[in-house]
Design a protein around this ligand. Structure first.
Ligand SMILES: [Zn+2]
Length: 304
């Protein structure tokens, strides 16, 4: 083989054997997308649990002795940010063997297909959530369905495993429990696990969105979603919960807590889940009052 041929052959070999590159899906456009997708430096929340998401959309990495677990994948254009964050936190994305999804909306599941391609991980959700993730489209009973497929669809996800309420995903020495919390979507799931450091263990809860938001034309009072939200808020309030996380970092006050890190670990707060549940019920109450009016207050219709 000529020297030139050897260089080409070697380059091809490196390309074939090197790390798999992230192939991003087309960017999703929405009024909040640019703001949500701003970069955020990854950081350790506690013990085995890391924040690797963007500034406005959470992604959580859990370290185990048998691989990594990722929760949520942000927007399609968040996948590259998350991949970079995982690497700069010192981890190898190819070690991710499970991707858990909170709810099947474009801003939390949109990046999952691309992240699955680079990691080869199986994706886990509830029975209803799995149906939506496999199609990349909202279910007809999703409160945001009336936004239409052009405004809500994202890349369909392969190898989605549907698990039952309170079933456990075990990777290495970490058990993550699925807790069904529907209402924001029909298939919403919260995830809970234990995180330990220096002999002190905390229960971490990644509480799914419990916000009563919808497309125009949907009424929470007309279907099961209002009661589902009430029940789900009760479920979250009753969980063992020392550290609250959620799909939008704003909901657990991430930036504010990051600024107070010198005061210890402000993410540890065993009443945070209760407050989270209460504030979602306040939101729902306002929403139901608003639905009693002829016109729904646009201030409480959003796209979270
Ligand atoms: Zn949502």
């Amino acid at each position: 083989m000529s020297r030139f041929g050897l260089v080409i052959f070697t380059s091809l070999l490196i390309a074939a054997c090197g790390p798999k590159q992230l192939e991003p899906d087309a960017d999703f456009e929405c009024s909040n997308c640019e703001d949500w997708n701003r970069p955020q430096e990854p950081f350790r929340l506690y013990g085995n649990t890391w924040y690797v998401g963007t500034a406005g959309l959470s992604s959580i990495l859990i370290e185990t002795d048998g691989g990594l677990i990722l929760i949520d994948g942000g927007l399609p254009q968040s996948a590259a940010v998350i991949d970079t964050n995982i690497r700069s936190a010192g981890f190898d994305p190819s070690q991710i063997s499970a991707i858990l999804v909170s709810h099947a909306h474009f801003d939390h599941a949109g990046g999952v297909a691309a992240l699955q391609r680079v990691t080869g991980a199986a994706v886990y959700s509830s029975v209803e959530g799995a149906k939506a993730l496999r199609s990349g489209e909202l279910q007809s009973d999703d409160p945001q369905f009336l936004h239409g497929p052009d405004n809500t669809s994202y890349a369909a996800i392969k190898n989605v495993i549907a698990i039952a309420d309170r079933d456990i995903v075990t990777i290495g020495n970490v058990d993550v429990t699925a807790v069904y919390t529907p209402g924001h979507t029909p298939g919403g799931v919260s995830w809970s696990w234990e995180s330990c450091a220096l002999g002190t263990c905390y229960d971490v809860v990644y509480a799914d969105s419990l916000t009563a938001v919808s497309a125009v034309g949907y009424r929470f009072s007309a279907g099961p979603a209002a009661n589902q939200l009430i029940e789900s808020a009760g479920t979250i309030a009753e969980l063992d919960c020392d550290i609250l996380l959620s799909p939008h970092p704003f909901f657990f006050g991430m930036q504010d807590k990051l600024e107070r890190r010198e005061e210890g670990n402000p993410f540890v707060n065993n009443v945070a889940c209760m407050f989270y549940a209460e504030s979602s019920l306040d939101w729902l109450e306002q929403r139901l009052k608003s639905e009693g009016k002829e016109k729904i207050d646009p201030a409480i219709i959003g796209d979270w």
